[in-house]
Design a protein around this ligand. Sequence first.
Ligand code: PRE
Length: 310
Amino acid sequence: MSATRYTYLGPEGTFTEAALRSLPEAATRELVPMVSVPAVLDAVRRGEAAGALVAIENSVEGGVTATLDELATGSPLMIYREVLLPIAFALLVRPGTQLADVKTVTGHPVAQPQVRKWLEAHLPDAQWESAASNADGARQVQEGRFDGAFAGEFAARLYGLEPLVTDIHGGRSATTRFVLVGRPGRTSSPTGADKTSAVVWLGDDHPGALLELLQEFAARGVNLMRIESRPTGQGLGNYCFSIDCEGHIADRRVGEALMGLKRFCPKVRFLGSYPRADEVRPQLRPGTSDEDFTSAADWLSRCMDGRGEL
Ligand SMILES: O=C(O)C(=O)C[C@]1(C(=O)O)C=C[C@@H](O)C=C1
């Protein structure tokens, strides 16, 4: 049964559920809502679900720290797919509520920066309290605990609410990126438009340590798409780096950059290589294609045979 089950941050009506339902395979899976990102991922770790969809990055708020930290620690998990979802919030209220009646509002903490400007302009005195998810906020409005919840408009009917205001977002292109995570397994073949994720721990603290990490990518023409420092939990000043880069671990430039890190970093956790949702292919710098790496390696062996000029 677990092989057919995918978990997601619930209750029903979250953006995560909408993103999960956009995957063709979701139609044949049992989709199980859970109360938190750790719960969602632990179900996969325990083998109770084959996969989990979790938000990892938002174009307004940046990295979703609960997800980044869960993927960096505990038993390893791997990313197999990514999904991009445009995010627009609606202010959901109980039927009959007017804007002037809204004194308390709720939503997921990642939603708050995306609705902050709208709140300042239209409900400057409203009190915000965070909910476990946007749909959980909607459920709490239904129960009468808050006057309004910021959630997807689609959540309204699930909780007997009305969208009082729609199309609230933190920028013209507010987008959340979600990843489908499973237990470690074989990486899918490169598509030519791939992304690789990893978490890197630096060794002893010294000047230029971060630069050394970056150089492994820069020297091989690997474009970084996201790099974030996260506390390791081992005291102030102890950080690891959560990284997404363009390309697939099977691309020579990416594999060699990761091997370069592995040689001097105490820990590198490979989180997976998977197709980019936007299908954008990288612009390769001269000398960084697989063919360039292969011909340089051939040249090296020829050098050893005394034929380096060929
Ligand atoms: O609360 C939800 O609806 C979610 O799916 C969670 C979540 C997130 O964790 O980032 C997803 C997308 C939105 O950007 C805000 C919240």
